[in-house]
Design a protein around this ligand. Structure first.
Ligand code: IPM
Ligand code: MN
Length: 352
């Protein structure tokens, strides 16, 4: 008998439930094949429920979610609800309360997938972004004065603590060592302007780096990182950066690896409960049409397997996804795949 994992499933809004259904199909196929059990518990959270009940997420639900082995999340966001309410009330609350201080986002172009980068191939686009996920501009620090008047003041502060920066940087060094590709870690910052925050980052980065003599260290400003990600993505192995820059560069990363249809991420608390999600949003305009690409959700499930320690299952899922994109799908874009959402899930599950 293999292990058994208690997983909280939060399908969420828009196309979230459709893609999570396919992710679960694949995870169940993997559990049958590799002999582990999945004890799945679904939570109804998101915009629809908020509209229906007026509740975003209760403290009780939050406490319950802390007891799982992992959380598998579809998408949070609803066109009828003002931006920020659900994002802060659910997604960011989960990341912060569960202290998921790492957001791990691989950027990998699979063979057969189109990239908008002319002349770039799978061997050129294969790096991982380690995004700090618990501090920076995301903490909600700051405030507003004299709102709605000509004298309005709005302050939004970036919080960077030695402890928070160090644990992130350390994770990135460890990850880079384990990944064992080029063993090169690039700090993405803005030391020429954000002279307090990124001074802390830079000092911490090089100090911690002394403990990892096998890892090459490099630094680039965030604007330059955007340039190199397009011009020379092959220069990157692992990139470590703060919350805001990580948010921005990983959307760029998703595009060069073939789009939101394939991009997955993991919100990791190495000592606690981690959460896995496709990084594209709820795609309201495609909801219920069975045309969006479930591979990002499937790959989020793949990252969950890897984090749970089911390495062979994780490797098999990635291999199946690679086969499907190489041999079956015409495109990774919603509506142009040549297969529906559920057929795509069937293809991956079938290969397991
Ligand atoms: C992401 C998203 C979130 C973020 C939003 C929805 C709050 O863009 O996961 O990248 O900014 O972190
Ligand atoms: Mn984002």
């Amino acid at each position: 008998m293999g292990k058994s994992y208690r997983i909280a499933v939060v399908p969420g809004d828009g196309t979230g439930p459709e893609v999570i259904a396919e992710g679960l199909k694949v995870l169940k196929a993997a559990s049958a094949k590799f002999g582990f059990e999945l004890d799945l518990h679904t939570y109804d959270l998101g915009g629809e429920r908020y509209k229906r009940t007026g509740e975003i997420m209760s403290d009780e639900t939050l406490e319950e979610l802390k007891t799982y082995d992992a959380i598998y999340l579809g998408a949070i966001g609803h066109p009828d609800i003002r931006p920020g309410i659900l994002e802060k009330g659910i997604l960011l609350t989960l990341r912060f309360s569960l202290d998921q201080y790492i957001n791990l986002r691989p950027v990998k172009l699979y063979p057969g997938v189109d990239t908008p980068l002319k002349g770039k191939n799978p061997e050129d686009i294969d790096f991982v972004v380690v995004r700090e996920n618990s501090e920076g501009l995301y903490t909600g620090a700051g405030g507003v004065l004299k709102k709605g008047t000509p004298d309005e003041v709005a302050i939004q502060e970036s919080i960077n603590t030695r402890k928070g920066v160090e644990r992130c940087v350390r994770f990135a060094f460890e990850y880079c060592r384990k990944r064992n590709k080029e063993k090169k870690l690039t700090l993405c910052g803005k030391t020429n302007v954000l002279t307090y925050a990124f001074d802390l980052w830079e000092r911490t980065f090089y100090e911690v780096g002394k403990e990892y003599p096998d890892i090459k260290t490099d630094y680039a400003h965030v604007d330059a990182v955007c340039m190199w990600m397009v011009k020379n993505p092959e220069w990157f192995d692992v990139i470590v950066t703060d919350n805001m820059f990580g948010d921005i560069i990983t959307d760029l990363g998703a595009m060069i690896q073939g789009g939101m249809g394939i991009a997955a991420g993991a919100n990791i608390n190495p000592q606690g409960v981690s959460m896995f999600e496709p990084i594209g949003g709820s795609a309201p305009k495609y909801t219920g049409m069975n045309i969006v690409n479930p591979l990002a959700a499937i790959m989020a499930g793949q990252m969950m397997l890897e984090t749970l320690g089911e390495d062979s299952a994780a490797a098999a899922v990635e291999k199946a996804v690679m086969t499907v994109v190489r041999e079956k799908l015409k495109s990774l874009t919603a509506g142009r795949m040549g297969y529906s959402t559920s057929e795509t899930g069937d293809l991956v599950a079938g290969l397991l």
